[in-house]
Write a protein that binds this ligand. Structure first.
Ligand code: Z5A
Length: 220
């Protein structure tokens, strides 16, 4: 276990399918916390600014090809290279709002067909979030995403099903990762309503961390 801290920031993770609103909502959360004078930073994974992150970015933009195992380990390494900075920030009282974390890593890679436990293994020992806020959206809602892409390059039908199919698999994997402590938010509600619910969970979480909730490690 990581050393106890009496007054620390909270590690808050937002997860959910593509386009469920993670980036919009985490940005709003940060402004809200800043408005309250609560020290906070917004992080996201992949963090494309590091050396490892640049390899991931190059893969995501199709400039390099990597097999599924290699990219999985790079995503994980990208979290490990931020692990100690993360701990320092939290211990100095800064709350971190993180847009995607290990759950994205496992859900996406295992949805591609990699073994679920194999995918979890390199994540073990990273800092465990104090709360996971899951933005719940039916995969079917995402149909408009390939519609736009397909308009640019044709082959619309096949791509749509392929993508929907994949998002459904990702959702199944998220469900397998879920534990009772996760906060499930209906992401089909308005932006404002989603934000309102998120703020309540976040403030509860920050309070419990300030009151001495210890940091712990993921999946150990
Ligand atoms: N990946 C991985 O495989 N392994 C890993 O370990 C990690 C990631 C960490 C990163 O993509 C890819 O890497 C991702 C997973 C994989 N792959 N995919 N596919 P990215 O960084 O490009 O993706 P993202 O930044 O996370 O974006 P996103 O998931 O596509 O979107 P989002 O952040 O959830 O949503 P948004 O940008 O806030 O909102 C999307 C739109 O919906 C936007 O126009 C909003 O205005 C609108 N929106 C949002 N909420 C609402 C509500 N409530 N009502 C109406 N409209 C809304």
């Amino acid at each position: 276990k990581v050393k106890l801290s009496s007054s620390r920031g909270a590690l808050i993770v937002l997860e959910g399918l593509d386009r469920s609103g993670k980036t919009s909502q985490s940005t709003k959360l940060l402004s809200y916390m800043e408005g309250l004078g609560c020290p906070a930073e917004l992080w996201r994974f992949p963090d494309r600014n590091t050396n490892v992150g640049q390899m991931i970015s190059s893969y995501l933009s199709n400039q390099t090809q990597l097999d599924d195992q290699t990219i999985h380990l790079l995503y994980s390494a990208n979290r490990w290279e931020k692990r100690y900075l993360m701990e320092d920030k939290l211990k100095s009282g800064t709350t971190l709002v993180i847009d995607r974390y290990s759950y994205s890593g496992v859900a996406f890679s295992s949805a591609k067909g990699l073994d679920f436990e194999w995918c979890k293994a390199p994540e073990k020992g990273l800092l465990a979030p104090d709360v996971v806020l899951y933005l719940d959206i039916p995969p079917e809602t995402l149909l408009y995403v390939p519609l736009q892409k397909a308009a640019e390059r044709g082959g619309y039908g096949g791509e749509r099903y392929e993508r929907l199919d994949f998002q459904k698999k990702v959702e199944e994997k998220y469900q397998a990762l879920r534990d009772p402590s996760w906060k499930i938010i209906d992401a089909c509600l308005s932006m404002e309503e989603v934000q309102k619910q998120l703020r309540e969970h976040v403030m509860d979480c920050i309070t419990s961390c300030k009151n001495g909730k210890p940091l712990s490690q993921l999946w150990l």
